[in-house]
Design a protein around this ligand. Structure first.
Ligand SMILES: [Zn+2]
Length: 507
């Protein structure tokens, strides 16, 4: 039998997409998401992955084998493979690196940390299929397998928006799927859905992002290896709503809180000391609910210059700097680091940033010299105007790095740019990678953002020609639903409905 293998070199180049075998030249091989750095497998030589099998785990963390045993029991019940801790003779280099070997001598996993063992488990899980030829599942098989993998960047996040229109189940699915695709952070932006106890006016009626739900999701994330990071838009975007709708989560229904905002409500009023008090109290409350994560995102994108008489009294740059620095210091005192979007720190008319996202004025651009250098700059570059554009360089990111800031590259749906962007961040010694999703966390957009984003963060490419029914994504998404014990039709697949709900009503 001809050996079937897909090998990716460390550079992530595709040596061979797949090849069939002699009996069936059309046959294809399964692949996990994201594609591992080095990966070969052969489904013509399946390996038992059931109660008869023992998975040898080499990891200095004694808790790793216990974690694997517990999760195999959750995933596979009585058909779970056994787990045995083994001596770590040949551990892969790197904190989150892992290796897998599956063949006639059994299945072996090696990693330096529990994090690495988790990523190995997610690779195995995506590749394990039911044994063939029976009515119901009677155990699973793996292809003969050799994997060596390590992340390209240490900080790999998705940014998720908890809109009123998004089902809370969808937020949980997005978090669980991000973990399964080996992102290790999820930044959660509440969009008026966080049910603050301290400031119950700071949300839409009937918010679904309750304290109980946040704490439950944080605990799930911690177990799965993904840390949830809260966000508050502490400068512009104070409406907690998309600008194109002119909705305002607070002022539309509760005009009493008008002094906290600039006229029109898009920005917070930065000269009002009550604004700083309220934001600090909200930050403290969310940071507590999120279990004191090491980061807190303060938003700060797409702000407008102030118009109120008090804010007009001070130079704009000083006002903004005092505001953001005050909040960043507050976050720091709580043991976390502040993150902000980058665009107000680049002047709109500066020719250096032509073709790149930049929304600042001359005065807000001065913040790049005055803000504390431990604030993480999240540089979102979406290749507007041509989402298919492929860039190799992001001078804005190099600029922030040179200014002394940690900088994260943040793509959206500019898929072709994701791998080069992650490579560029790694090249300049940047902080990390944040895949933003906004209001596109559904359908094919969701599939592509997660596929391309996770691959870029792990240093590999997405093979070209993904079919509409993407087997790898379908498997991963279904595993998430099974973990959640989903029973509702709306919470399956990548869309709530397969036909618009009104389709059968009128035309
Ligand atoms: Zn003001």
């Amino acid at each position: 039998m001809k050996k079937i293998a897909l090998c990716l070199g460390l550079a992530g180049t595709l040596a061979a997409a797949f090849a069939g075998n002699e009996a069936n030249p059309d046959a294809v091989e399964l692949a996990p998401l994201p594609m591992p750095m080095e990966f070969s497998r052969d489904m013509d030589r399946p390996v038992a992955f059931d109660a008869s099998a023992t998975i040898a785990v080499e990891c200095p963390d004694a808790g790793a084998a216990a974690w694997l045993t517990r999760h195999f029991a959750d995933w596979y019940g009585s058909q779970a493979p056994k787990v045995a801790a083994a001596a770590g003779a040949d551990l892969p280099g790197g904190e989150e690196a892992y290796s897998i070997a599956a063949g006639t001598s059994g299945v072996k996993v090696a990693a330096n940390t529990l994090a690495g063992v988790r990523w190995a488990a997610y690779t195995l899980r995506q590749l394990a299929i039911a044994k063939r030829g029976t009515f119901r599942t009677e155990g699973r098989i793996l292809p003969t397998l050799k994997v060596a993998d390590r992340p390209h960047l240490a900080f790999r996040a998705v940014h998720l928006c908890w809109f009123p229109e998004v089902r809370p189940q969808q937020m949980e699915r997005a978090i669980r799927l991000a973990a399964l695709l080996k992102f290790n952070y999820a930044i959660i932006e509440p969009w008026g859905m966080y049910a603050s106890a301290k400031h119950p006016w700071w949300h839409w009626p009937n918010p679904t992002m309750t304290k109980e739900e946040v704490r439950r999701l944080v605990a799930i994330g911690r177990d799965l290896g993904i840390t949830l990071v809260p966000q508050i838009n502490a400068y512009g975007h104070a409406t907690s709503s998309r600008s194109c709708t002119m909705k305002h989560a607070m002022l539309d229904l509760q005009p009493a809180y008008e002094p906290l905002f600039e006229p029109g409500g898009w920005n917070w009023c930065l000269s009002n000391p009550e604004t700083q008090r309220v934001l600090r109290e909200l930050i403290a409350e969310m940071h507590d609910d999120f279990g004191h994560p090491p980061f807190f995102h303060l938003g700060c994108d797409e702000a407008q210059p102030p118009s109120c008489p008090e804010c007009r009294k001070s130079p704009y740059a000083e006002l903004v700097c005092r505001h953001i620095t005050g909040l960043a210091d507050f976050v720091k005192a709580r043991g976390a680091r502040a993150m902000i979007w980058h665009d107000m720190l680049l002047e709109r008319g500066d020719p250096r940033w032509k073709g790149y996202v930049h929304h600042g004025t001359k005065t807000t651009a001065a913040l790049a010299d005055t803000l504390p250098k431990d604030v993480i700059i999240c540089d979102w570059q979406y290749s507007y105007g041509n989402m298919k554009e492929v860039r190799k360089e992001w001078p804005t990111m190099a600029y922030f790095k040179e200014k002394g800031f940690p900088v994260a590259g943040c793509p959206w749906m500019n898929y072709n740019a994701m791998k080069p962007m992650a490579d560029y961040v790694a090249k300049i010694g940047g902080f990390g990678f944040i895949e933003t999703t906004w209001h596109h966390l559904r359908g094919w957009d969701w599939v592509q953002m997660y596929r391309y984003g996770s691959a870029a963060a792990w240093g590999t490419s997405v093979p070209p020609g993904t079919p509409m029914y993407d087997t790898s994504f379908a498997i991963a998404l279904r595993l998430v639903g099974q973990d959640m014990k989903t029973t509702d039709y709306l919470d399956t697949g990548h869309l709530n409905n397969q036909v618009p709900p009104g389709w059968w009503v009128d035309n």
